[in-house]
Ligand binder design. Sequence first.
Ligand SMILES: [Zn+2]
Length: 454
Amino acid sequence: MALHTDAAPVSSLSVHRGRVLTFTADPGAHGSPDSYEYFEDGLLIIADGRIAEVGPAGALLAKLPRDQPITNHGKRLLLPGFIDTHIHYPQTDVIASGGEQLLDWLERYTFPEERKFANAAHAAEVAEFFLDELLRNGTTTAMVFCTVHRASVEAFFKSAARRDLRMVAGKVLMDRNSPDYLRDTASGGNRDTRELIERWHGQLRLSYAITPRFAPTSTDIQLESAGRIAREYPSVYIHSHLAENQAEIEWVKELYPTARSYLDVYDRQGLVRERAIYAHCIYLDDEDRARMGQSGAAAAFCPSSNLYLGSGLFSISAADQAGMRFSIATDVGGGSSFSMLRTMSDAYKVCQLNRDPVSSLRAFYLSTLGGARCLGLEHRIGRFTPGAEADFIVLDLEATPLLARRTASSSTLQEKLLVLMTLGDDRAIESTYILGKLTHKRVAPREAMPDNRS
Ligand SMILES: [Zn+2]
């Protein structure tokens, strides 16, 4: 995109100055220096909600008119917005409900909570809170589970549309092994999914995901119908869970005795393809991983959830060896934080237990461009490249006294990023921009204090 054309008046530009980081490739286990562009004093130039240019301030300032306003972020870090590839908005209010592993946790906390989403007003209220919380945490795109109720999907998409967010979401399909009040039928789920695709998929920045909860709660007939829809609408996403917990896997074996593996239950219905995201993927064998890699389906690595529910440890080295794509995701409410920084910190710890090194560069890649690649959206989001949508965040590396102190004593970019993901959380997200517009600004504690002098 050209900076100066007769058709684009200077007033449509917005210019941000600060430290600028954007990835161009997967840094791999050791953080390849060829995988990113970093400008210690950089400029991000936005025209009409899209990235126009990015580079060193020294070179780019000379190209701008002298009276061009510039937002100077000083030593703050400008980064493409985080992409959370697996999260449940109706589980916002079950976060931090503990004491159970997956199957009991669903029965005890999640299903009763999801029942409330038959009510459109409740769904709308939670959707608003949820999206506020994502933006407060610097997450600008997410792959989102709704509930079995159409009202939950309508509420979510309406709220995301009003904010002009790039979001992927879908109605849960669940026609067995679940409470009466949350069960659909294969034909009802099929009809609702088709109608919701026609209504929402491709509207503004919204995309639809065919969303069977997981193999145990769908009949083979429902999965077959989901596969048929997936073939008819190749640009629609598929979103489900896979190989999260040992008891779950035993249950799948009983329910689908002829399937080669849990993955095969989905695969034989045509549900393993590009634009399919499977959360967890902890207990896959090499054949499953190779099949994931070859098909273009991707895994959402949910370290906080996997620790919180005691599910197990995802192996990034096994995924790498098989050529399987993956990104990092929170899985709220099994996950215990909306913050991708905190989730990256948990990813680091899971990788330590597996003796799998994960560099800080790679953790940030997996939470930005890596997520966009899993969604097939790398030409639109996750990277500062001309023409990309200007969803970005400003990170404060001095947000807390400890973060400021430890940042000051770190020298390389890798080190600073490791400090940020280890010590940072929502307090480090100073601001969030959607299509170049400021949509969240952190209120510093001292600004929030009443001014007693007046
Ligand atoms: Zn989940």
